[in-house]
Design a protein. Structure first.
Length: 319
């Protein structure tokens, strides 16, 4: 079994100020992550939105996953950082690493599902290590646990390569393919949007219900896609530095003499539990409307078009 004290003896450690800053950061991230994701879950479950929509269920999945991290892995890391060493033995390290890795994997898979779903909705509406291969170890500064990225033994290295390719690179390719096609489709509808807007404005005295619905649908799709793109961008911004530094350690034997090249990407990655609900609140107009509705005495129900979940083609709108 891996000895957690081994990391503290062989890896560079932080100064007292470094541990204090890390502890404060983890506490802030944990508290913000807990309240932000709890609020997102509350809004999705209690507000009068159409929860049958796949998009809302996927958002709920991300929020629950991030909430689990904020109440399990983050407190363990924060308390260990305060004590300046890992407090919870090898078993605790395995559990913390497993929770963090599994929830991160759940997040990126859910973001991939959202990207594929948005791609189908917008572009193709007609188409509807815990078992011994690798291990979890304390990270370089000894207060949180993750995959054993520093182990270059054949079995562990093979597992780590599979993780980077299967759990990061493939997902980035999926994100790029789906959202690039969505953006290309939207660019082709710009003429349609301008024409519909002109019809609505010039014939204001005549109720053109069909034109108004088409115009509203395209704008709604754009808003929902922007919110999805913002969330996946925030996730990639948070986790890409960590993925890059882990890949570097896998292919190179060079090790920085300072601890900060290890700790900064790790701490930045943990910010994803706050960035996801924040991007949802900032970029999702339907979510903001649901928040207002939740705290108002009366409100209107939002249908599938409002949530951007109705599987209808945008392409036929072009003329």
């Amino acid at each position: 079994m891996f000895n957690t004290s081994e990391v503290n003896r062989t890896m560079p450690i932080l100064s007292d100020l470094g541990y204090a800053a890390t502890t404060a950061y983890l506490i802030i991230i944990g508290v913000l992550g807990f309240f932000a994701n709890s609020f997102v879950i509350l809004v999705l479950l209690k507000a009068k939105i159409n929860f049958r929509g796949i998009h809302n269920k996927l958002l709920l999945n991300i929020a629950i996953s991030d909430l689990v991290v904020s109440v399990t892995a983050v407190p363990l890391s924060a308390s260990s950082s305060f004590a300046k060493h890992w407090l919870f033995s090898d078993v605790g390290c395995t559990i913390a690493g497993f929770v963090m890795f599994t929830c991160c994997l759940n997040d990126i898979n859910t973001h991939a599902a959202i990207a594929i779903y948005r791609f189908i909705v917008i572009c193709k509406p007609q188409y509807v290590p815990i078992f011994g291969w690798s291990r979890y170890t304390p990270e370089s500064f000894g207060v949180s646990c993750s995959i054993a990225w520093f182990d270059n033994s054949a079995a562990v290295l093979a597992n780590n390569i599979a993780i980077v390719i299967g759990c990061y690179c493939i997902h980035v390719i999926i994100f790029t393919f789906c959202y690039s096609n969505i953006i290309r489709t939207f660019s082709k509808t710009s003429t349609t949007v301008a024409r519909l807007r002109e019809e609505i404005i010039t014939d204001a005295h005549t109720l053109k219900l069909e034109s108004m619905l088409k115009y509203h649908k395209i704008l709604t799709y754009r808003k929902v896609t922007l919110a999805s793109l913002a969330m996946v961008s925030a996730f990639l911004i948070a986790w890409s530095p960590y993925a890059i530094i882990c890949l570097f350690f896998m292919i190179s034997e060079a090790r920085p003499s300072s601890t900060w090249p290890y700790i900064v990407p790790t701490m930045f990655a943990k910010s994803s539990i706050v960035l996801s609900p924040l991007s949802c609140a900032l970029f999702s107009s339907s979510f903001r409307k649901s928040v207002k509705q939740l705290f108002s005495k009366s409100g209107e129900d939002y249908n599938d078009i409002e949530d951007g979940t109705e599987l209808q083609a945008i392409a036929p709108l072009k003329s």
